[in-house]
Design a binder for this molecule. Structure first.
Ligand SMILES: Nc1nc2c(ncn2[C@@H]2O[C@H](COP(=O)(O)O[C@H]3[C@@H](O)[C@H](n4cnc5c(=O)[nH]c(N)nc54)O[C@@H]3COP(=O)(O)O)[C@@H](O)[C@H]2O)c(=O)[nH]1
Length: 937
């Protein structure tokens, strides 16, 4: 904001100024009193018949403002818009009310001067019958239209024609008809478009139920002034004080009229005209508010830039030359030769001394006033520009009726409605019903002066139904005493921000694959349900669901099919529970369910069983079908634990127990499970230090050639000598080593130990001695190149690949992805042989025996245990041996404990036997002894 200029260094002294001011004041009194005493009779010529459009002048008369200014004003109603111009120029009337076409008159050489702008925006617009199609001004092409006079060039409705031209519709493209100013012509279809005042005709249409569309030139940026108070240069030259007084009283009248609409309607009806009823006058008053903008703009204010804009539009139509000069068209209270002339006349009648003093005084005053006016104008202009160009939507609203008083373009843009549409609506009318109540509560506080402003985020609907999120800031505005309070409503479109927030929230709380709540949302929901359960003393069950064999599906059919299965599994689980329960995906193939508001556990078991049954059904995946099952752990709140982490841990332990018990079942959490879990955790911790602490020992169990009874092979089996627990079985710690990843280092140690011993036994006992080492799936599938290190190690010991056999389980071949196939090929190339462990317990698919390079089949000891002549296990063992031999594989029977078993296997042609009958697994030194004894025998 700029400050008024500082006083120049040569300014008179304060004393001199005081003296001058004293003299000046006497003169000033003379100047101002002179016109008042005269009670000049003057005439104001209106451009149309009496209506609210001229309310300010009636108010000035009735409120005595003209009288106070020493004026006796006659207000004459008009019959056509050009009457005032003609009458003022001819001297028939001193003052008139005219449209923006006054500028045309001025540029045509007529000495009209605009004293003040009353309508900041023109009410002129086009109306057409509404059709089912979207409003489109181009519908006017080829049609009949009443737009301005065809005979009177001053009434040619230039702003509407300019609008049409800007829309690409030249006047020649439709048929112009001489206006009758009768809305019936449009309603009856005599014409297809008519020029209207938005303050007037729409009310008639609405009352008759006539559907219409309004097209305003503002839609294409043509923004003319509406009604203006004007006079002639002659009047300004001859009666400058009268002009000032008349202008000031008229604008004062307008201020009163716009804030006393009801009283004005009554006054017009009682004193001026009965042509329109009260409701119409009030309609007119309401529509005028956004056009006059009585609160935001000082009535009478005019901006040279706006007149320049209007002149440019005329120039565009070829009606005036480009950059035409219209100096003197806008009234300036502070200057102009006319006012100085009048001043000199009065000064001539004053004493010489006073003249000199007053001249200095007035010069100072005029300069101060010029500065002040310029500052005010600049401020107003700046404020207006800020309002119009603001990136925030701003509306001025009557806080009682919720009528819009002024609306800036951005506000219209955000709410998706034109100025005219909003003028016919009430504030909050387009608001989301769920949000409006909250704003009304805040408005109540604002009106009660409890708060001066408030901010709120809410939603509104655009006319096409689109939902917009807006940040609303409402601030109370001071208004004149006795008139309605107003408020400024500033809005910002935050839809994009809201949408990104919603997306971020969705991503943070939901699993992108299944759209189920994720772990974080699961925590929130469980915490919420726990609070509720505390209040109503109900119970909650947490189900931890793990899909059995999902990994196989993923590995064999690919991740894409695995994803499809997970989505279907999520859907199936969801279908087993109520809407109020929560199904979440914690990751991988793990799901959780929260069953809340339970009064017993019956429903829990039913639901768990339902989920199991549902997930056991085949999953169609393209051409394939996949089968999985579910292991479910169940824990109860508040019975089993009181916090979320413990509950989840317990559910996980119960799920682990269900898996351990054979999968495809549910298991409740019990304290024993917790003890077992604790045990597992401690053992895993101890396992981490076992290698370094040299707590492992390698045992060997002989594999005996059944025909010869000789030992040429052995299986390496690890033992853990725990410092406190004693010997821990691999059955207990291998699963922990697998789960913790320690199995890789342990496997390496087993291999190196085995290699060292096989080197010795090859050297000392048999040149083709072999040692088998067990490989967990995790070890076998580790990164490529792992077996290269083995080969280097064997080479360093001068051992061929054949000295080692790798024992793998069937499951690995079922998963056979590229890594598994490559590993098998790599082993074959290196000469390392492969044994298939525990054959018969899993899928026992024969196809992969043919497909992969397998050297040995190890019949599981569960078959060997029940071997008897003519038993089914004997038949199965027979079949396995025959089939293996046909495929070029040799067979090792595990768990041979009795001579009968040995004999039956030998008779069936089994190649090797391994079991307690021959020897239990033993330390390497002891095994070395055994080999020595064999050699000696
Ligand atoms: N990845 C690795 N796994 C290993 C390693 N060392 C062992 N293991 C696996 O641990 C499981 C249990 O092994 P273990 O307790 O050593 O049991 C082996 C034998 O003791 C047992 N066996 C042998 N003969 C008999 C018998 O006649 N009766 C009977 N009840 N049990 C007998 O069988 C186990 C060997 O089985 P297998 O491996 O299937 O040939 C076991 O799964 C081991 O594989 C290791 O270093 N790495």
């Amino acid at each position: 904001m700029s400050l008024p200029d500082a006083a120049p260094a040569s300014s008179p002294s304060p004393r001199a100024l005081r003296r001058l001011r004293l003299g000046g004041l006497t003169l000033l009194a003379l100047l101002w009193l002179a016109p008042a005493a005269a009670q000049d009779k003057i005439t104001l010529q209106l451009k149309h018949s009496h209506q609210f459009q001229f309310a300010g002048y009636y108010a000035a008369l009735e409120q005595g403002y003209y009288r106070e200014a020493g004026l006796d004003v006659a207000i004459l109603e008009g019959s056509d818009g050009n009457e005032p111009e003609r009458d003022v120029v001819s001297g028939k009337a001193e003052y008139g009310v005219g449209a923006s076409s006054l500028l045309l008159a001025r540029l045509a050489g007529k000495p009209v001067v605009v004293l003040g702008v009353v309508f900041q925006h023109s009410p002129y617009a086009l109306a057409m019958r509404q059709t089912s199609a979207e409003p489109d001004i181009r519908r006017i092409i080829g049609k009949r239209a009443m737009i301005g006079s065809l005979t009177d060039e001053l009434g040619s409705a230039d702003e509407l024609l300019a609008y049409l031209v800007k829309e690409g519709i030249p006047p020649t493209s439709f048929q112009r008809v001489e206006p009758t100013y009768n809305t019936a012509d449009l309603i009856n279809g005599r014409v297809d478009a008519i020029a209207v005042y938005t303050t007037n005709e729409p009310d008639t249409f609405d009352r008759l139920g006539f559907p219409y569309d309004i097209y305003s030139p503002r839609a294409v940026g043509i923004d003319f002034y509406g009604d203006n108070l004007f006079t002639s240069e002659r009047e300004i030259a001859n009666h400058p004080a009268r002009v000032r007084a008349f202008r000031a009283a008229s604008m004062r009248g307008w201020q009163w009229a716009m804030s006393h609409q009801e009283e004005m309607a009554d006054l017009i009806l009682s004193k001026y005209s009965h042509r329109s009823d009260r409701a119409h006058l009030l309609y007119e008053a309401r529509q005028m508010v956004p056009l006059v903008q009585p609160v935001l703009v000082e009535i009478g204010y005019q901006n040279p830039e706006r007149w320049r804009h209007i002149a440019d539009v005329y120039a565009g139509l070829g009606m005036v030359p480009k950059n035409a000069n219209f100096d003197g068209f806008m009234y300036r209270q502070d200057g102009g030769g006319a006012s100085l002339l009048w001043l000199y006349r009065v000064l001539g009648a004053a004493a010489l001394l006073l003249v000199v003093g007053a001249a200095i005084h007035f010069s100072l005053l005029a300069r101060e006033r010029r500065r002040a006016n310029a500052a005010i104008r600049t401020g107003e202009q700046r404020f207006r520009t800020m309002f119009e160009a603001s990136p925030l939507g701003i509306a001025l609203v009557d806080s009682i009726t919720y009528e819009y008083r002024d609306i800036n373009p951005r506000f219209q843009e955000i709410v998706g409605r034109s100025q005219a549409e909003l003028a016919a609506m009430r504030w909050l009318e387009a608001g989301h019903p769920e949000d409006v109540a909250q704003i009304k509560v805040q408005m109540g506080r604002l009106l009660a002066h409890e708060v001066h402003n408030f901010k709120i985020t809410n939603r509104l609907f655009r006319p096409d139904g689109e939902l917009v999120w807006i940040e609303v800031s409402v601030t109370a505005i001071e208004t004149e005493k006795g008139s309605h309070p107003h408020h400024l409503c500033m809005i910002e479109d935050v839809t994009d921000k809201k949408q990104s927030e919603a997306l971020i929230w969705q991503q943070a709380n939901f699993d992108p694959l299944t759209q189920l709540p994720n772990r974080r949302m699961f925590h929130d929901r469980l915490a919420h349900d726990m609070l509720k359960s505390q209040r109503d003393r109900s119970h909650i069950a947490i189900l931890f669901i793990d899909l059995d064999h999902f990994k196989e599906v993923n590995d064999t059919l690919g991740h894409h099919q695995g994803d499809i299965l997970l989505v279907d599994a999520a859907r199936r689980i969801g279908a087993c529970v109520r809407k109020s329960d929560t199904v979440a995906r914690l990751g991988g193939d793990e799901f959780t369910v929260i069953l809340s508001e339970l009064d017993g556990t019956e429903r829990v078991e039913q639901i768990a069983q339902h989920i199991i049954d549902s997930l056991r059904q085949p999953f169609p995946l393209g051409q394939e079908q996949a089968f999985v099952s579910a292991s479910i752990g169940i824990t109860l709140y508040p019975d089993d634990a009181l916090d979320i982490d413990d509950l989840l841990k317990h559910a996980d332990q119960a799920m682990y127990a269900a898996k351990g018990a054979g999968r495809n079942r549910y298991s409740y959490f019990t304290p024993t499970l917790q003890v077992a879990a604790l045990n597992r955790m401690r053992l895993t911790n101890d396992l981490r230090g076992a290698l370094k602490g040299e707590q492992f020992a390698l045992y060997f169990q002989p594999i005996v050639h059944l025909k010869s009874g000789r030992i040429h092979k052995a299986e390496a089996l690890i033992r853990w000598n725990h410092p406190q627990r004693g010997v821990v079985s691999p059955m207990d710690f291998i699963p922990l080593a697998e789960a913790s990843g320690l199995i890789v280092d342990i496997g390496e140690w087993v291999f190196r130990e085995s290699a060292r011993w096989v080197q010795r036994w090859r050297h000392e006992h048999h040149p083709e001695f072999q040692v088998s080492v067990n490989q967990s799936p995790l070890e076998f599938q580790r990164e490529d190149g792992a077996y290269d290190a083995w080969l280097s190690y064997l080479q360093a010991l001068d051992l061929p690949g054949q000295s080692v056999v790798v024992e793998i389980t069937e499951g690995l071949l079922l998963d056979a992805n590229a890594t598994v196939s490559n590993k098998l090929l790599q082993l074959r190339d290196a000469g390392i042989q492969v044994a298939l462990d525990d054959f018969g317990t899993g899928y026992s698919s024969l196809s992969y025996l043919k497909k992969f390079d397998i050297d040995y089949l190890k019949i599981d000891r569960s078959f060997t245990r029940n071997l008897a002549p003519d038993s089914s296990d004997m038949a199965l063992s027979d079949a396995i041996i025959v089939m293996a031999h046909k495929l070029g594989l040799r067979v090792i029977a595990e768990g041979v404990e009795t001579p009968e078993q040995r004999d039956l296997l030998a008779a069936a042609g089994c190649d090797y036997g391994q079991g307690y009958l021959f020897a239990r697994p033993m330390p390497a030194e002891q095994f070395d002894q055994l080999l020595r004894q064999q050699a000696a025998a």
